[in-house]
Design a protein around this ligand. Structure first.
Ligand SMILES: NC(=O)C1=CN([C@@H]2O[C@H](COP(=O)(O)OP(=O)(O)OC[C@H]3O[C@@H](n4cnc5c(N)ncnc54)[C@H](OP(=O)(O)O)[C@@H]3O)[C@@H](O)[C@H]2O)C=CC1
Ligand SMILES: O=C(O)[C@@H]1CCC=N1
Length: 268
């Protein structure tokens, strides 16, 4: 019988993660089962990817190998309580700001738990995925899980104390980048381009810049210098951004997200 993977919560991240896990053919090795208290969300992803779903958690008969907890941080405690019958499953929590100690309290002693911080890029195999294992996830499982997660993008192990920073930078990152891209697109419209054309140019520009930096593995300042001709258009635009405190604003945005993750998602 195939081992099973249960995804609890099929919202933005649960669905992105499931799509990402199914990018590689290996996923046929596992029986996927989706569950969301809003049933149509589970049905939609299950139909799209040809996976199973349950309308009630009690319909899950055999103990899953892996259980993803993809519910909001303030829903994680009750989600854990509803899964307490699965004593041998490995639990993977995606919840921002919820640490291993809290997860263990919600799930009870003796559970193998992984804290994961993914980002939306996992859906297209280009995610950033940080993992922290508790001591009950053994070496054999860790190796097997790296294989399971391999289709999601860049996977790395991190210390727990780094998780709030990772949450702010790469977890929230796609949202901040999207705002920047939207502003670039609007800028294109403002100087007379249709938004569709402007967006296509902006997305391709971002992709090319990110791919260049990834391939060359160098400091972004070097790229910037290569684009800035002396007395040219780029440096004129950058001067205007710097006068507005652009860098400081971006750094402040990430710091604020970090503070919120640290404060357990409470208001600062
Ligand atoms: N969105 C992102 O980019 C990222 C999110 N995360 C983390 O992922 C988690 C999920 O976030 P996101 O997908 O955005 O949230 P969503 O609200 O989009 O999805 C959560 C889903 O789970 C459902 N749900 C709540 N409680 C239960 C339960 N006990 N059993 C089954 N289903 C339940 C919710 O229903 P209802 O709507 O009725 O509450 C909702 O449909 C969060 O903890 C977040 O911190 C981490 C990294 C990135
Ligand atoms: O905004 C949030 O709280 C979640 C966690 C990281 C990205 N989205």
């Amino acid at each position: 019988m195939k081992q099973s993977i249960l995804v609890v919560g099929c919202g933005n991240m649960g669905s992105a993660l499931t799509r990402g896990l199914c990018l590689d053919k290996w996923h046929n090795k596992y029986e996927f089962c989706l569950y969301d208290k809003v049933l149509p969300k589970a049905i939609q992803i299950a139909n799209e990817l040809d996976l199973s779903y349950v309308a009630d958690i009690n319909e899950v008969k055999s103990e899953p190998y892996l259980i993803f907890l993809a519910v909001k941080p303030n829903q994680i405690e009750s989600a854990c309580q509803s899964l307490s019958q699965f004593r041998n499953s490995i639990f993977v929590s995606l919840a921002a700001g919820v640490n291993q100690e809290q997860l263990q309290k919600y799930l009870g002693e003796g559970r193998p738990i992984i804290r994961m911080m993914p980002n939306l890029g996992v859906e297209v195999g280009e995610g950033v995925v940080a993992l922290h294992y508790n001591s009950l996830v053994n070496e054999e499982n860790r190796e097997d899980l790296l294989f399971v997660f391999s289709s999601l993008g860049w996977i790395f192990e991190a210390e727990e104390k780094e998780f709030d920073q990772i949450t702010a930078l790469s977890g929230s990152g796609p949202g901040l980048v999207a705002v920047f891209l939207e502003a670039m697109m609007d800028a294109g419209v403002n100087i007379g381009l249709p938004w569709e054309k402007s967006l296509k140019m902006v997305v391709q520009t971002m992709l090319g810049t990110a791919t260049w930096l990834k391939k060359k593995n160098c400091h972004p300042g070097l790229l910037k210098n290569m684009v800035c001709s002396p007395g040219g258009t780029t440096i004129a635009g950058i001067k205007r951004l710097e006068l507005s405190g652009f860098r400081g604003i971006v750094m402040d945005g990430i710091e604020t997200a970090n503070r919120r993750a640290k404060n357990n998602m409470a208001e600062e």
